[in-house]
Ligand binder design. Structure first.
Ligand code: AMP
Ligand code: GLY
Length: 424
């Protein structure tokens, strides 16, 4: 079969890499892809912000299965349009994708369905902010309602800071239209967890859990990013907790969406904070996580195509995934300045040497290829990922690969999975 992957990041490289391993797949296309994906798939130009551009692509490629990587095409209703025209497509409809595309919708939904989440207020103006503020303790989290590529969340220490960040968001200066409505949310403490399930609209099957590292700096310092690294181990969530999360979070979400007339199919990514009061939902994403997908798919031993088709065909079961007990870690290498402004076009050295290390796969995110050489082309450039039987070995492997790679302005976190390592 022919598979089309939409997107251009490290997540999409991991999806392409895994889909290619399926015996059922004869050809993988990726649109628009990146420098590294071009080595594993046929990359085609596409504008992921335009449903028409993607439909034209489908007419050209005639895929048997399409997998959408990023949230934007989902929010624009690509799955609705592709499905209407007969293209088998993995992912939620526009209505279902609201769980990610509107934080105020997600918070209201969580409240309506009694799913644990932090107390919050929805504010459309500075008057609303002033009215809500006395009901909260500091620190307080200020969130843009719409999609902001991980950059629409600020944790504020004082009420003055809340007012100033909220004003910037509401005025459109900070994240544009996405900030025209703001959610204030109690700040939660604990370990974060990315718990992904695949849903067919009714049943869910969990993937192995992962932990992302959202802040730019070591020790979780500095601003939030799209994610600077992630790891997955068999102990990150035990069987009992996994069942609890399916029963108290994932299944109620899928049942609630169905009851509200927006059947949820595809990946449901539950971003959780494991607090002293129990797990609480921070956010939903309606797609695979980036960079979580890189370490998660490194541990997948069964055929990804089977699991994606089970979602489309309404026959998801726990048996859809078979996982390796190994640990896996992904370290993101980014351009200097990211998540702020950064330069691109820097030559990347050492990729071949890094890729030769046992158990290592270098996934490309923001790269381009010219005359056989790779150049930086985005904020997050590479996701160096490794797998091994134990976490110590995998961390050693991944950082040994990282040490081989260089480009001007390179930045990466030195402490991915460090806390888990200390605990183990
Ligand atoms: P979100 O896009 O809502 O997941 O927020 C991005 C990141 O901000 C999360 O992964 C957390 O690191 C942080 N964050 C969001 N909400 C909260 C909260 N209520 N308390 C503490 N940290 C939060
Ligand atoms: N790593 C967080 C995300 O994919 O949204």
């Amino acid at each position: 079969m022919k598979v089309l992957v939409i997107g251009s990041g490290g997540r999409e490289h991991a999806l392409v890499w895994k889909l290619r391993q399926s015996r059922r797949v004869s050809k993988v296309y990726c649109a628009p892809g990146n420098g590294g994906i071009a080595d594993d798939a046929e990359c085609l130009p596409a504008n992921v912000k335009s449903v028409d551009s993607l439909l034209a692509l489908a007419n050209q490629v005639r895929p048997d299965l399409t997998v959408i990587g990023p949230e934007l095409p989902l929010m624009l209703g690509v799955v609705d349009e592709f499905t209407r025209l007969g293209w088998r497509t993995f992912g939620p409809t526009k209505a279902a994708a609201q769980l990610e595309s509107s934080k105020s919708f997600a918070k209201g939904f969580l409240q309506r369905h009694h799913i644990p989440t932090a107390p919050y207020a929805i504010c459309n103006s500075m008057d609303d902010i002033q009215e809500a503020l006395p009901h909260f303790h500091m620190p307080l989290v200020v969130k843009a309602d719409g999609l902001a590529a991980g950059k629409g969340v600020v944790i504020c220490k004082t009420k003055e800071e809340v007012a100033s960040i909220a004003a910037e968001m509401l005025s459109g200066k900070m994240v544009g239209e996405a900030g025209s409505r703001v959610v204030l949310e109690e700040c939660l403490q604990g370990d974060e967890l990315s718990f992904l399930v695949v849903s067919d609209g009714e049943r869910v099957a969990p993937l192995v859990a992962a932990q992302d590292h959202k802040r730019i700096g070591d020790g979780d310092t500095g601003p939030n990013t799209g994610g600077m690294g992630a790891y997955s181990t068999k102990t990150i969530v035990d069987e009992q907790m996994s069942q609890w999360l399916v029963q108290h979070v994932a299944r109620p979400v899928v049942a609630g969406m169905k009851a509200e007339g927006a059947e949820y199919k595809g990946i449901l990514y539950c971003g959780l904070m494991m607090t002293a009061r129990g797990p609480m939902v921070l956010e939903f994403n309606c797609r695979f996580g980036d960079p979580e997908t890189q370490p998660i798919l490194m541990r997948l031993e069964s055929d990804l195509v089977e699991a994606l088709e089970a979602s489309i065909d309404g026959r998801v079961s726990d048996g859809d995934f078979r996982w390796s007990p190994d640990a896996s870690v992904c370290v993101v290498m980014s351009s200097g300045g990211y998540p702020g402004t950064f330069e691109v076009g820097k030559k990347i050295m050492g990729l071949e040497e890094a890729g030769k290390i046992e158990g290592v796969k270098v996934f490309h995110a923001g790269t381009s290829k010219r005359d056989g050489a790779y150049y930086t082309a985005g904020g997050r450039v590479l996701g160096v990922t490794a797998r091994a039987a134990d976490l110590r070995t995998v961390v050693d492997r991944v950082y040994s690969a990282v040490s081989k790679i260089g480009f001007e302005g390179i930045n990466y976190r030195k402490d991915i999975a460090a806390r888990a390592l200390k605990k183990s």
